[in-house]
Write a protein that binds this ligand. Structure first.
Ligand SMILES: [Zn+2]
Length: 468
């Protein structure tokens, strides 16, 4: 075998060095998860300065930073972090337009495949071409470790059979958890994908026949699965023996999913570019941030000022492990907050509260900020519905008033639709602080808008003020 001939994956990595730097479970629980804050800060400083050096090698950052008057060497440590100008998806899109098809925000290109194995995955874009991202071997392997930590935090153990209902395809949705599960959690991934890949009834049959103990998926599909089993197949989802569920709750009602499945449900937070940044432990009281690999700041969406613990703002991501495409103060536009205090589990890593919404998804309705996610939380709390919803925003009448109409699916055959409408309209007014109209529809009536039975990339809002 010629040593230099073929870039075998295993030759591209020093696995033992990687495991020392980013301990996977179970070592993780003895090391990083309980690291002292001082030790963590020292580690973060070293990795942050390495990331800055790498950033200066990448044209996108050179341009973005120089435009703000920065020079190499200006940033001497984490104390200077807030001097770095943030950027967001619009900057990334501009970088791709300027330098198609991959942009100049990555420090690697497909040609680097001659010296190291690369893999491409994308964002789960819903319009136009999805945004591509290339992963270098060490970056990808570190992401798998982060995913493995997520699953171990939830309580997934070697030997668990895990049904993965995230969409299979170009996006990282299912690919990343597959790598994380089989390499770093000891559990067996069973890659069914969404309802379009494996019909939901078949997924239930598989869960029953193969001894599935864990399900991963988005809340709307988890509800859809449970209701399909219960109402169409006559199978109580609780009888399937699911031990736990991993999901991305956002503003969804955790209790509703737990009651349907008879299993605890754990929240996690990640993106396709960054990997799995935070995950809930068994205490379910906020998502522990993988602080040896990420610095997450919470900033005021308007001024960019960094907010105190407990205050809600937009998340800025700085990665501390990426070589191929580091992120340095990337404004991801998700709204969250830090949970004050220390977790009862004994872990020292700080916790992120749920994701309250996306700041670019926010609708201004007669002066009030409304997140579709908050609408969903109200709908999911009404057991006469299946939690499905879709919002239309229109500008109506001569006065051009902004109105939101929320459609919901009623599944309880005994329910009085007029009463569902009145109750939900009152509850929404209390929660959102603004009046909206609720229109009940039959079960499955919203699928044409949301795509719940087919895809894991659910749509929840159509702002028709922008169409006219
Ligand atoms: Zn904890």
């Amino acid at each position: 075998m010629h040593a230099e001939a073929i870039p075998w994956y295993w030759r591209a990595l020093d696995f033992e060095e990687l495991a020392r730097e980013f301990p996977p479970p179970p070592d993780y629980f003895r090391t990083t998860f309980r690291v002292s804050r001082d030790e963590l800060r020292t580690l973060q400083e070293r990795r942050f300065l390495e990331t800055m050096r790498r950033g200066w090698e990448i044209p996108f950052f050179q341009r973005h930073w120089r435009a703000a008057g920065m020079e190499p060497g200006d940033i001497r440590g984490l104390d200077d972090l807030q001097k770095i100008p943030p950027y967001d998806v619009h900057h990334i899109r501009a970088s791709i337009e300027r330098n198609p098809p991959f942009g100049d925000f990555m420090g690697i290109s497909p040609a680097d495949g001659k010296r190291m194995p690369l893999v491409l995955q994308t964002s789960g874009g819903t319009t136009g071409l999805p945004r591509p991202m290339l992963y270098a071997p060490r970056d990808r392997e570190t992401m798998a470790i982060m995913g493995g930590r997520r699953f171990a935090l939830h309580g997934i153990r070697p030997g668990d059979m895990v049904l993965v209902t995230y969409a299979l395809g170009l996006s990282n949705g299912a690919a990343a958890p597959r790598e994380a599960l089989w390499r770093y959690s000891g559990a067996v991934p069973v890659m069914t994908g969404g309802g379009a890949t494996t019909p939901t009834r078949r997924q239930i049959e598989i869960a029953q026949a193969w001894g599935i103990s864990v399900i991963l998926g988005f809340p709307s599909y988890l509800r859809h699965m449970a209701l399909t089993a219960r109402d169409e197949m006559g199978i109580d989802p609780k009888s399937l023996g699911i031990r736990l569920i991993g999901t991305h709750l956002g503003m969804e009602d955790r209790r509703r999913i737990e009651d349907l499945w008879g299993a605890p449900c754990f929240d996690a937070y990640g993106t396709h570019e960054s990997g799995m940044m935070a995950a809930e432990c068994e205490r379910q009281s906020g998502m522990h941030v993988q602080e040896d690999a990420y610095i997450l700041e919470i900033a005021d969406p308007e001024s960019g000022r960094i907010l105190a613990e407990g205050e809600q703002g937009t998340v800025y991501i700085t990665t501390l492990y990426k070589y191929g495409a580091p992120q340095i103060r990337f404004n991801v536009n998700d709204i969250s907050a830090y949970v004050p205090g220390i977790c009862a589990c004994g872990g020292t890593l700080r916790r992120l509260a749920r994701i309250f919404g996306r700041s670019d998804n926010m609708v201004k309705l007669r002066g009030v900020n409304v997140f579709p996610e908050a609408v969903g939380a109200v709908v999911a709390g009404d057991r006469r519905t299946n939690g499905e919803f879709f919002c239309f925003v229109d500008r109506v009448g001569e006065a051009a008033t902004d109105e939101m109409t929320v459609m919901v699916e009623v599944i309880d055959p005994a329910a009085d639709r007029a009463a569902v409408k009145t109750d939900l309209e009152r509850r929404m007014k209390e929660v959102l602080g603004v009046r909206v109209t609720v229109n009940p529809a039959a079960k499955g009536g919203l699928d044409q808008y949301t795509g719940t039975s087919q895809t894991s990339k659910i749509k929840r809002l159509l702002d028709r003020r922008k169409c006219s």
